[in-house]
Ligand binder design. Structure first.
Ligand code: SPV
Ligand code: MG
Length: 303
């Protein structure tokens, strides 16, 4: 099991700027969902050497899905921005890597402008806003639920208002295109990408709920021809068989593993909760738990 996490501390400005630095140093970055400080500590310190290459996560994804689920609420923009920011602040108390915020739709453009400044003040590196309007539902539902895409004009206006509000040049506003999620097609996705980049978006996220990456690879090829240097982001939740290297080779710059820390934690906790009832004692669940010695040693300053 992991040893004690040695916390590193960093100023808000340096943390915010570190995403742009990483993007200029590396072809592609790995971001892992973190819904609370302990999941972020795990993400910050996880490392594996594969074929002589050291793999680490470059930063955290603050997911609307897992932030909401962790609080027992649906992923419909019901959490107040204050609560999302408080969660990020708790994560920042004990970590040093950059964080990308899932900004949902960004809300009203006038409100988004205020949120951009709040995120910057905290040291968040980037916000991703999706081009939906009305009651937002999780993208992985696709058209199984009613979801509506924002007009290009209105979404560009929101991007422009966010860009005008930002104080430092380090902060990034990344536009997330939902055309493939809502079956509006590749051409619509590409048209929107051109418009969002022209409106000032610092990057594009293309999302898909297909189990194969064909449509996002097709998007990436044309997007790269038209915009060779604009950062491109993907979330390979549904096309989970595609390795990082393949996404990197297709021109993606950030790969976000968007929900796996909460999904795995919940499953482990459920098994333990059920097993204590079944066994009438905790002996059987002990092998699946961090030992008492380990938990007492995990966090610096506990002793
Ligand atoms: C999230 O993690 O909340 C996201 C990604 O927005 S997805 O759930 O795939 O829509
Ligand atoms: Mg979300």
């Amino acid at each position: 099991m992991s040893t004690q996490a040695a916390f590193k501390f960093i100023s808000a400005d340096r943390r915010a700027a570190s995403l742009r630095n990483l993007l200029s140093d590396k072809r592609c970055l790995r971001f892992l969902e973190a819904h609370n400080p302990i999941s972020a500590i795990l993400a910050e310190h996880a490392s594996q050497t594969v074929d002589g290459e050291l793999r680490v996560y470059d930063g955290f994804w603050s997911s609307s899905l897992t932030d909401s689920t962790a609080r027992g609420k649906p992923d419909i923009e019901v959490l107040a921005i204050k609560d999302r920011l408080a969660n990020v602040n708790d994560i920042f108390e004990v970590t040093s890597k950059p964080l990308i915020m899932d900004g949902d739709t960004g809300g009203k453009p006038e409100h988004f402008a205020f949120d951009v400044r709040s995120l910057e003040r905290l040291g968040v590196s980037a916000v991703i806003i999706e081009d939906k309007t009305g009651l937002k539902k999780n993208s992985l539902f696709g058209n199984d639920v009613f979801q509506q895409q924002e007009t290009i004009e209105d979404f560009c206006n929101k991007i422009r208002m966010g860009k005008r509000a930002q104080i430092s040049s380090d902060f990034m506003i990344i536009a997330r295109i939902e055309s493939l999620i809502l079956d509006a097609g590749l051409d619509d996705a590409l048209t929107r990408a051109d418009a969002y980049v022209a409106a000032g978006a610092d990057g594009i996220m293309i999302h898909s709920r297909q189990e194969t990456p064909d449509e996002i690879f097709a998007f990436a090829r044309t997007f790269r021809e038209r915009h060779p240097t604009v950062p491109l982001v993907c979330v390979p939740t549904s096309y989970s068989s595609i390795p990082f290297e393949a996404l990197e080779a297709e021109g993606f710059n950030i790969v976000i593993y968007a929900n796996h820390m909460l999904r795995s934690a919940y499953m482990a906790m459920k098994q333990v909760a059920d097993n204590i009832l079944l066994s009438g004692r905790t002996l059987e669940v002990e092998p699946r738990c961090l030992s008492i010695k380990e938990i007492l040693e995990l966090i610096p300053g506990t002793k």
